[in-house]
Design a protein. Structure first.
Length: 95
C-alpha cells in the first residue's frame, strides 16, 4: 500500500468516526428541550456541512496523481484539524 493509499484510508476512517459522532449528537439534540434543541440542530447542520466539505477534499485527493497528493496533504491536514476542533467543541457543548 502506498503512502497516499494509507493516508486516504486514514481519512476515510476519520470521516466514518465523525459521522457516528454527528449521529450521536443529533440523537442528543432530538431529546433536548425545545429551545436547546434548535441550537443543537444548528450545530449538527454545521458539522454535517464541514463533513461534506471534508469528503469533497478527500475525493479530490483520491483523484490526484501520486506526485500531486503531497501538495494537497497540507491543506487536508489543516481542514481535518479544523473539523476535529469543531467536533470536540460541539461534543463538549452537548454534554
Amino acid at each position: 500500500m502506498s503512502m497516499k493509499e494509507a493516508y486516504e484510508k486514514k481519512l476515510e476512517a476519520q470521516l466514518n468516526e465523525w459521522s457516528a459522532q454527528i449521529d450521536k449528537l443529533k440523537a442528543q439534540a432530538d431529546l433536548a428541550e425545545a429551545d436547546a434543541q434548535l441550537q443543537y440542530q444548528k450545530q449538527v447542520q454545521e458539522l454535517r456541512a464541514m463533513q461534506d466539505e471534508a469528503e469533497q477534499k478527500l475525493r479530490e485527493l483520491q483523484q490526484s496523481s501520486d506526485d500531486a497528493w503531497n501538495d494537497l496533504k497540507a491543506g487536508m491536514d489543516n481542514a481535518w484539524d479544523s473539523i476535529e476542533a469543531a467536533m470536540k467543541a460541539a461534543s463538549n457543548r452537548f454534554k
